[in-house]
Design a protein around this ligand. Sequence first.
Ligand code: E4P
Length: 214
Amino acid sequence: MSIFIDSANLIQIKTALELGWVQGITTNPLLLAQSDLELKALFVALRKLNDGPIFYQLTSNSFESSIAEAHQTLELLEKQLVIKLPPTDLGFRLCSELSSRIPCCPTAIYSPAQALVAREAGAQYLAVYVNRATRLMGDGLKLIEDIAAILKDSQTKLLAASLKSPDEATLAFLAGAHHLTLPYSTLMDMSRHPLSDEAVKQFETEGVGLVQRD
Ligand code: E4P
């Protein structure tokens, strides 16, 4: 299981990676559009911060230009690249073509049928939009459960995305997600609890240890 940060903001990504338990970065075209950096410079910076997977979504709209974009991205990100693909006829065709050479992740998944197709197309990851599915269709966690059953014993790992709270992230994992990608605020909230804060405060104010606190 891995937890990734879903962001293209360098400051957020650096802070998240320094936590020590975040193992990679997922991006999408909308997140990249918010970055102040030119994309090649951003990728160079991301590789300096992290040696785990970096997910990049192809934006070309033909087969040939998408293959060229995949190779261009591979030159920049090398073995860290995971190619995200929209769940279109073109996206799944590209998944079949590329997944034996570059890990692929069909994204924006809302149905078990799409998961079956991704499995057949050899995807290494599948990004399922949990919170959006709950908001738009009723039950994103049931969707995770169904897709986890479909992907059982396959090489395709379920990446739960669009997660808006620690509880939702945890429930997605319990429902069968293999990996989670979290926006910065959710990620930072994962390790926190108000009662833990109280306990820590008491340790600090009333407790003693081998060394004096600063
Ligand atoms: C995942 O890869 C997506 O970037 C993200 O989770 C999309 O969902 P959201 O826009 O609802 O956060």
